[in-house]
Design a protein around this ligand. Structure first.
Ligand code: SAM
Length: 293
């Protein structure tokens, strides 16, 4: 027997496995599989999967799924590509605490899934995300407001920088504030492009979002609040009053008054404000112009 036999970190074995199943990698589904043997055990451990329920997104051939199943009570792994199911049935055959769900993660009824499968267990999410839908998946998980403890994900390096950006920094965008509303983002470690088969054109990072038990600010309509934040960042080179005035149809003079009352300079740009300052602007506009926001 050769040393690469059944080793999911061996490109040689992966090629053979995929050939046997007549499987062809899909670039559009982001199918770059982890082959660096140190990454998955580290990710699984840092995700807090120990004795808990884990939702994995994008199983691939199951290299991370296996490491999660070794330490978690139960793993539900969602994979969109039905051609991978026979492969997973082979690679994960030794585990009895893994359930594979062949669906698009954005279409899974996660509330129902957690109610049925994660009774009395803490819920963690751990995934090497398909990069073409990183933000939609993260926002979907956060906005559902389910009982998730933490989300540990591998994402493209630039996405990690945006997601973890401090308010007030140049990288800060609407997603940084949205993520900070629901969670505390933490950078865990870098992963080079050479850790994948086939190697992608970008480097990656593993980040962890620890879900807030209490929200850091009070706004009475979260979705309208983030509409306003997104409008603010839509022209990030301009002073914030300009895009807000256009989007909300409120005169610049009225917005200047609101900013003055809140001690926010009139020439501030969106990236310079904290989540709390955005909330103060939103609440003041809402008090004065109920119909506009
Ligand atoms: N976890 C594996 C690993 O680390 O090697 C695979 C990660 S690969 C970057 C992303 C996986 O997500 C692929 O297997 C792809 O088919 C799957 N995927 C893509 N879009 C998806 C979606 N909307 N829902 C569920 N899985 C998806």
């Amino acid at each position: 027997m050769e040393h690469y036999e059944k080793n999911l970190s061996s490109p040689k074995y992966i090629k053979e496995l995929l050939k046997n199943h007549n499987f062809f990698l899909s670039k559009s589904l982001g199918q770059n599989f982890l082959v660096n043997p140190y990454i998955c055990p580290k990710m699984a451990e840092m995700s807090g999967a120990q004795n808990n329920f884990v939702l994995e997104i994008g199983t691939g051939i199951g290299v991370l799924t296996k490491e999660l199943a070794k330490i978690a009570k139960k793993v539900c792994a969602v994979e969109i590509d039905s051609n991978l199911i026979p492969v997973l049935n082979e690679t994960l055959a030794d585990f009895n605490n893994i359930e594979i769900i062949n669906q698009d993660i954005l279409k899974v009824d996660l509330k129902k899934l957690f109610d049925e499968k994660a009774k009395n267990m803490k819920i963690c999410v751990c995934a090497n995300l398909p990069y073409y839908i990183t933000s939609p998946i993260i926002m979907h998980l956060l906005e559902l407001n389910l009982n998730i403890e933490s989300i540990t994900v591998m994402v493209q390096k630039e996405a990690a920088q945006r997601i973890c950006a401090q308010p007030g920094s140049r990288e800060c965008g609407a997603i940084s504030l949205a993520v900070r509303y629901y969670s505390k983002p933490k950078f865990l470690f870098n992963v080079s492009r050479g850790s994948f088969f086939p190697p992608p054109n970008v480097d990656s990072c593993v980040i962890k979002l620890e879900i807030n038990k209490t929200l850091p600010i009070q706004v009475n309509n979260t979705s309208k609040f983030f509409d306003m934040v997104r409008a603010g960042f839509s022209q990030r080179r301009k002073v914030l009053i300009n895009p807000l005035s256009t989007k909300l149809n409120i005169s610049k003079d009225n917005l200047k008054n609101i900013f003055n009352n809140l001690n926010i300079p009139n020439n501030v740009r969106a990236e310079q404000l904290s989540l709390e300052q955005f909330a103060n602007i939103f609440n003041s506009i809402q008090n004065k112009y109920v119909d506009k926001i």
